[in-house]
Design a binder for this molecule. Structure first.
Ligand SMILES: *Cc1c(COP(=O)(O)O)cnc(C)c1O
Length: 424
């Protein structure tokens, strides 16, 4: 499409957008009496208007049924998460039994590594991307240490080549080849949080599986943002958080994926808790742990009903919008943001704002990460905030902006460009 850097063009695209009504289902913070230009769904998604209602329903159930809420017909908290397995499965390309909401992300990273990081003297290394999200680095290092190895030796962090900002798939595959007999696990982000690069999870997984290497992905930035086919790709496990693109409340419930190929593997150990016990017989309270088949067998503690209520509000919106429609809009919206930023540079006559996220739409979600080559990059960012643009800032000079197809408009992107241009 040939884009134009005009308000009327942006408004035309909004008029043609079949998903435009969804914006009205979200609460948008105000700035000087106008909707803020919120480009930070990569960090915290906006609140759906229906969240309050879902939480209120839950509070009323608690009020009226108390403990009987777990089983009373029509309430049945016991099964509340099951209605969400279908929605989650559609978003990540899984079977419903392969996914479940539970816990928080870093907790799930640990629980998944307990099962899927099975080091032996010969095969004990983990491959991850350099500059991964800190929590993933800490979780991986501490798991390695827990098994008696040193992170310096056992964790391979693959970074971009000298002078580049992105990882090349061929380099990832070559690294796998080189360490094929030592790698116990590959655990990468689906999308790197800093660069916004979407990795070729299918190619990486298929390449690693031929050597018998276990593969997992942290989908914090990919879930609800990038197309996923976890089951077909043969990914062993994954986990994500729900408060970024999934709009399910700050610190909201996380989720996991476990491929059904792993269900029958008796060697998989897990840190067990009663909520992972076979559902039919859980309340017989017997002595020996017997896991529920599927992802639910990794649950540990009683489901967090309030967080599930918030999650439900958001997942209902995803169900109605349809992920493929969202992705189609997302590609266009991010391409427009790219065009607008390029335009600001052209107008300035120099590369003030360098987009480091891949220009190929297959290698990114909606987020664009920008290195500001401005003499005072932090000031630029502060000026954006003062003018009603919310993005985020990562030291020393990276700004991230994510136009989210559920609630952002082409006009948001156009106005963002106007404000960015003030800083030339
Ligand atoms: C956001 C994010 C986290 C945060 O983990 P929490 O346990 O939810 O605090 C972890 N890893 C990645 C890759 C993230 O993007």
């Amino acid at each position: 499409m040939n884009f134009e850097n005009t308000l009327s063009f942006a408004q035309d695209l909004d008029r043609q957008d079949k998903l435009s009504l969804f914006r009205n289902e979200f609460l948008i913070p105000q700035h000087n009496g106008k909707d803020i230009i919120y480009l930070c769904g990569n960090s915290l998604g906006l609140q759906p208007k229906s969240t309050k209602k879902q939480i209120e329903i839950l509070l009323n159930q608690w009020e009226n049924h108390a403990v009987e809420g777990w089983f009373t017909k029509g309430v049945e908290w016991m099964h509340f998460h099951e209605s969400m397995q279908h929605s989650l499965a559609k978003i990540c390309g899984a079977k419903p039994s392969e996914v479940t909401p539970m816990n928080n992300l870093t907790v799930n990273l640990h629980l998944m590594m307990v099962s899927f990081y099975k080091p032996t003297a010969k095969r004990h290394k983990i491959l991850m991307e350099a500059r991964a999200f800190p929590s993933d680095q800490y979780a991986i290092d501490s798991q390695v240490q827990f098994h008696g190895y040193q992170p310096e030796e056992a964790v391979i962090e693959l970074g971009p080549n000298e002078g580049e900002n992105l990882l090349r798939t061929e380099d990832i595959l070559a690294t796998i080849d080189k360490h094929k007999d030592e790698l116990a696990l590959i655990l990468m982000g689906g999308i790197n949080y800093l660069s916004g690069q979407l990795f070729d999870m299918e190619t990486i997984t298929k390449h690693a599986k031929q050597y018998g290497i276990t593969v997992g992905f942290d989908l914090a930035h990919a879930m609800g943002n990038a197309p996923l086919k976890l089951h077909d790709w043969g990914v062993d496990f994954a986990m994500w958080c729900s408060y970024k693109y999934m709009n399910s409340s700050p610190g909201g419930i996380s989720g996991i994926f476990v491929h059904e190929n792993n269900y029958a593997n008796k060697e998989l150990q897990r840190f067990a808790g009663w909520w992972g016990y076979e559902k039919e017989t859980r309340f017989l309270m017997t002595r020996k742990f017997k896991p529920e088949q599927g992802a639910e067998g990794w649950q540990v503690s009683t489901s967090q009903m309030l967080l599930l209520a918030a999650h439900k509000a958001s997942l209902d919106i995803f169900d109605r919008a349809g992920f493929e429609n969202l992705r189609a809009k997302s590609e266009l919206l991010t391409a427009y943001l790219e065009f607008i930023i390029d335009g600001v540079n052209q107008k300035a006559g120099k590369l003030l704002y360098e987009i480091v996220t891949p220009r190929d739409k297959k290698q990114r979600g909606c987020q664009l990460s920008i290195i500001a080559h401005h003499p005072e990059p932090k000031k630029v960012f502060e000026k954006l905030t003062e003018n009603g643009v919310i993005g985020d800032w990562r030291e020393p000079n990276v700004m991230r902006f994510a136009p989210v197809p559920l609630y952002n408009t082409f006009e948001d992107v156009y106005r963002f460009g106007e404000i960015l241009a003030l800083n030339c």
